[in-house]
Every structure is written in structure tokens, then in C-alpha cells.
Design a protein around this ligand. Sequence first.
Ligand SMILES: [Zn+2]
Length: 299
Amino acid sequence: MKSKMLFSVLLIFFKIFISQGQNFKPSKEKLYQSMTGEVHILTLFVDTQNNYWEDDEKEYYKKQLAKSQNWLVEEAEFYEQELEFNNETFFVDNYETIYLEKVRRGDYPKRTIAKVMDELGYTDLDDFLKRNYFDFKVQKLKLLLFVKSLDRSHAYNSFSNSDLDISVVYCQHSNGMVTDHYVISHEVLHQFGAWDLYHGQSQTLKNAEKAKEIFPNSIMANTFFNKNLNVDELTAWRVGWHYEMGDEYMDFDPAKSRGKPTANEKYKRKSKTGKSDGIKFDLKNLRRKKKEEKEKSNN
Ligand SMILES: [Zn+2]
């Protein structure tokens, strides 16, 4: 009897342990959820005081979003992960257009979310979750805003707060560079903890060059001129598609580039040596496999 009870307790512990290992990864800001299983997406178009959406433009972005989601599902499959986007969870019509006077780079995310909820007729985010029967503790929700604005034509950033990630994709046709499914995928990956790998705030020039060498087709590097992009193994590790940390990964921690200590470094090291994550992945084999597949499809 006693041993049976002990077994049940151990089983519960084991389950919690496993589910945390698979679903959550610590980072310095929050526990990012892994980009696996069912992900609920609320997508809204935002008119601003500067510009508004035309129907044909909205159609274009809806198609790009679908393309982006298909692409991400395929990339996840490559890492043997199941991923499914659910765009129809909420009572709010997905792709509804709302009006926000301004959405600027660097806006405080909680304030943007509050404004969005207000526009949708909810008191706040909690009210939205409650009235949509959404349990944030067990379900994953991401908010994607397509903003028509006079801000930089391809300015995009993603924010995190403890409740929900929002991604803002600024869309502007004027200079001929159209936001495509790769740009959307890049932003969605950020929402699950992916790091930018191009030279800028997140990477020094030296690091960016190194990233280009190791991950030449990374979606998190420059997406504009490369049309043969993939989710590189570092990004895959960040979003929870594998748990085998490469020796060089931590070199690309944006916190390092800014000269700050990396709070999650200790954890990552532990997860490399410990057996906590349970998933064994042969990355070298994977790299080769991917190359072979590419060659096959080129022939
Ligand atoms: Zn980025």
C-alpha cells in the first residue's frame, strides 16, 4: 500500500517534471513556452491615424500568415515536433480590424494589450481570457497585430510580458518591400524565445558574422534577400524543438552582447549535462539529413 502511494507520488512528480521540461524553458525574462502542440493565435489588423487597411491588403496578409504557419509546422516536423496553429479559438473574429491611434516601436506591451482589449470590448486581458474560456495556464496564446502605420516600413518587434506575448508586424507597401511569410515567421519565433542573429541590438558584428557562418539560412538572420530560409538548430533549441545544446549556442545570447550576465546560462549548462530534458537528438545527423533532402529536391 505504502509503496503504491509512493509510486503515485513519484509518478506525479515525474509528470510535472517531464511537462516542464518539454513545455517551458527558463529565460531571463519569463518562462517561454515551447512552440509545440496546439498554439492559439489571435490575429488582428490595426488601422492607425496614419493609415488604414484595404480589403485586398488584408487578403494578402491572411495568405502570408497561413503560409507562415504551414512553413513553421513543416520546420517543426523536421525536428520531429508536432505543432498546430488554432486561429479560431475566440469569440472575437480573427482578422478583425480595430483602430488604435498609434502603435509605436518600444510601446509598453501591457499598455498595447490593454488598448486592444478595450477596443474589442473587454475590460482587460483577464476579462478576455475568462469570457473566452481560455485557461492560460494550460493553453498557449499569442497575439499578432498587423499594423498599418507610417512607422518604418519593415519595423517589427516583439514584446513579452508575463501573461502573453504580442508581436507587432508593421506593414507598409510604399517602398516596395512587402512583409512576407518569412517576416511573420521570424516574429512568431520571437514569441517563443528565438534570438535575433543579425548584427544589431542582439548581436555584435563579430557574432553576426559567426552566426552567418554556422547558420547560413537562419530565419532569425536577414530574411529579405534569402529565399531559402530554415529554422536553424539554435533557434529550434530556443523554441523547444530539441534540447541538445550546441557548444556555441550561448555565445549568441543577446544579454551577452549587451554585456549583461546571463541568468539562464547556469540552467542551460545544467540541462546539457543533466538528464532533465529526456530528448536525445543527434544534431550532426540532422544537419546532414537536411542537406541531403535539399540536394534531393534540387535534383
Ligand atoms: Zn527579430
